[in-house]
Design a protein around this ligand. Structure first.
Ligand code: ZN
Length: 190
């Protein structure tokens, strides 16, 4: 009988770490993606989806993990951070453009994986018409409203080097999660 084979450690999934507000890289304008079919880029998309999921994000942008590329993931689903989010398959949004935005804006709560521990009310266009390329290279146009319009604008801002605290107006301020829970009755983990 041969010696028992030691159990091999579980294969390590490469994990992307999140940059936080104050890191210069979050203020850069991200660069256009030229080769969408590149297997390395495709693998990065999967890692970014995973990182968003691991951190209970409903969206995550490449600059948040230190890649200055015009890519973000929209992955809405109800979770402890956003209990009222709609549910949708993760969508990789590449080289997006905002074609038109409604004059009307809506105020709504936002948080950000790069601004942990805070929430604020941010005004966003209620409706945006957008164009982007998906991970299979298809050029798509569409209209987003409500939660999805807010999500698109928040993630798009990351590609421009803008974080939501820079979008506060009309006396809105960052509040802590404890204050957020006191106001809304919603408990959030981060
Ligand atoms: Zn964010």
């Amino acid at each position: 009988m041969s010696d028992p084979i030691p159990a091999s450690p579980a294969p390590e999934r490469p994990s992307l770490s999140l940059l936080e507000r104050g890191d210069e890289r979050l203020t850069l304008k991200a660069g256009k993606i030229l080769d969408i079919a590149d297997p390395e880029f495709q693998a990065f998309i999967d890692m970014l989806i995973q990182a968003g999921n691991d951190n209970l994000g409903v969206g995550i942008a490449a600059p948040q993990v230190g890649k200055s590329l015009r890519l973000f993931i929209m992955a809405p689903k109800p979770n402890p951070r956003y209990p009222d989010a709609p549910e949708g398959e993760p969508l990789a949004v590449i080289n997006p453009v905002i074609l038109a935005a409604s004059g009307e804006k809506e105020i709504g709560w936002e948080g950000c994986l790069s601004v942990p521990g805070y929430r604020a009310q941010v005004a966003r266009h209620s409706v945006v018409d957008v164009a982007f390329t998906d991970r299979s290279g298809r050029h798509l146009t569409g209209r987003f409203e409500g939660f999805m319009a807010r999500l698109f604008q928040h993630e798009f801002d990351h590609l421009e080097g803008i974080l939501y605290p820079e979008r506060l107006e009309q006396g809105n301020t960052l509040i802590t999660l404890a204050e957020y829970t006191a106001i809304t009755g919603i408990e959030v983990p981060r």
